[in-house]
Structure formats: C-alpha cells, structure tokens
Design a protein around this ligand. Sequence first.
Ligand SMILES: [Zn+2]
Length: 329
Amino acid sequence: MAKYEGTYACGHDGVVNVIGKMRDRQRKIDYAFSHLCPQCAKKEREQQIVEENKNSEVLSKEYGFPELTGSEKQVAWANTIRLDFYNEFENNRTAQKIIENETVASFWLDLDRFNSKREFLTKYERTKKEKERRERIIDIDAVAPEDLKHEGVVEIVKKLDKICLFYLKDQNFIDLVKPKGYRWNEDDCCWYRRLNEETGKYPDRAAEIGHELLRNGFAICIHDSEITEKAINGDYEKERTKWIKYDLENKVLTLHWSIRSNEIYNASRKIVNSRYNREKGCVEIPVAHYRSVNNFAKKFDFCYTEDALKAIEQYKKEQREMRRVKVDK
Ligand SMILES: [Zn+2]
C-alpha cells in the first residue's frame, strides 16, 4: 500500500492510500484530495441529516401528521422515515391509517428495516384484521372469575397435537403454566404443551389448565362451551402420572412415575428380574412377569399404554400357542 500526502478541498492536510497501476495513481490521488477530509465530510453528513430531519418536522406539521413520541433523536429520524413513507404511498389507504395510528417513533424506526415497504403494508393489514377478529371471538367466549386479578384474557386453543395458551407477557402467568409442562413457542407466540397418550385428551387438559387459571384470578377463553363448563366446575379427568410402558428395543415393560416415592420404588424392585435404568429413570421388568406387574399396577394406581397392553397380549398368545410335547419318562 502506498501513502500520499496532500491537501483536501477543505484545506486540511492528510494522507491517502492509493494502489494500482502507477500511471493511474496521480489521477486517483487528485480525486481523493478534491473532496472534504474525512472529519469534515462526516460533519457535513451529520449537518445534512439534522437539516433533513428539521425539514421533515416542518413538513409533518404542515401535512397534519400526529406528533411522535420517543427520545429527541428517535423522533427526529422517525419523522424523516415517515415522510419518505408518505411520499412513496401517498394514495394508499392503509398507509394513511398507519400514519394516523402509529405515533411511537420506534415503530417507524423498525419499519425502516423492512426492505420492501409494500410487503410491510400487506403484513400490517393482515395482522390487524386477524387481531380484530381474534378480539371479537375472545369477547364472545371469555369467562372471568369473580376475583379477577389479571389483565386481558388467556385464550386456550387446540392446534394439531398441541394445546396452546395465548396471553400477554406476564410473570404470574408464566410461573403458573411453566411447572405444568408448558413451553414457549417463538413462532406462534404462545405457551404450548404437546398432547399424547400419557397427557390425556385435549378437553381434559384444557379444562384443567383453564380451571387453574380461573382459580388464580385469570380470565379465560376456550372456544367450546362444554369444556368451559368443565373448567369452571373443575370437572375433568386428572392427568395420570404413573405409567407402565413397553420398551420395544429391549422387550421389557418399563415403570414410570413422576413424583418421587420410595414406597413405589421398593415395591417395583421386589418384582423378580426388575432392573433400575438410571439413564431413562425407570424400572424395567421382563414381560414374562406381567402378573406381578399387574398386581403392582393395581396397588399403586398405574395405567398401561396401548403398546404395553399389546406386548402383554402378544406374550400370552405365544405362551398359549407354544407346541406342547409329550416327554418320555
Ligand atoms: Zn477538513
């Protein structure tokens, strides 16, 4: 890299780096020094922005745009973005509405990140319609406890194999649903739980979480009057937490329970050939001992998954159909 000294158009001295063919260099050097020095250029750009923002402020008033809220710098820059937006979509009705309604400066700063403003307009219109529709529906179905303690309404919805909870961001709410196995879903902006054989069916889980929410002072909305009644009355099938499953790979029955219990553990280990699987946190028992497992299940209120029942039936069948032979004595 070659450095060349010289004087910029503003009169400040400086050094420029020029590379390339020797015969082109003088031209490049002259060109570089024909401008303002970097400091002066920066100052000039800043000055231009200030003037542009001032100009936007004046025009915004003239056009009757609402005043923006935010820090002084935010408002100044947002005025310019809004004015550009207006110039681009002067006759678009949604654009008009946006200008009328969106008076927080940060909204306009965010909008500037959209490469396509047209795309933004479409999205804005769509989400607004969805929001309005949603609010109407919630209004119809919502119920609130007498002792209402929290803003808004928790909407409980079934989405494929998931139960989803839509609500405002609220720590009390999070503290209530998280221990019940709900997780945050960034894409859908909701707390959800996947339903399967062990969690039980949607109506029971919806009524259960709905009941808990009502008891804790939240208004809820379940788009099903029967389930809503169940949530109000606390009338639903409790979630089963003790399960006998089947491990297809190792061909063993596996005992699972979520609440720590030495009594259950000791009883399970008394079954012949039982084995504790530390990794999976369950007790494994060969299918051959299904009778002992059955007694254990009755005593401690365990239930079987479909797969476990099938495995036991299969075992019994094999036993029945085994060839019986007469043995010479
Ligand atoms: Zn200068």
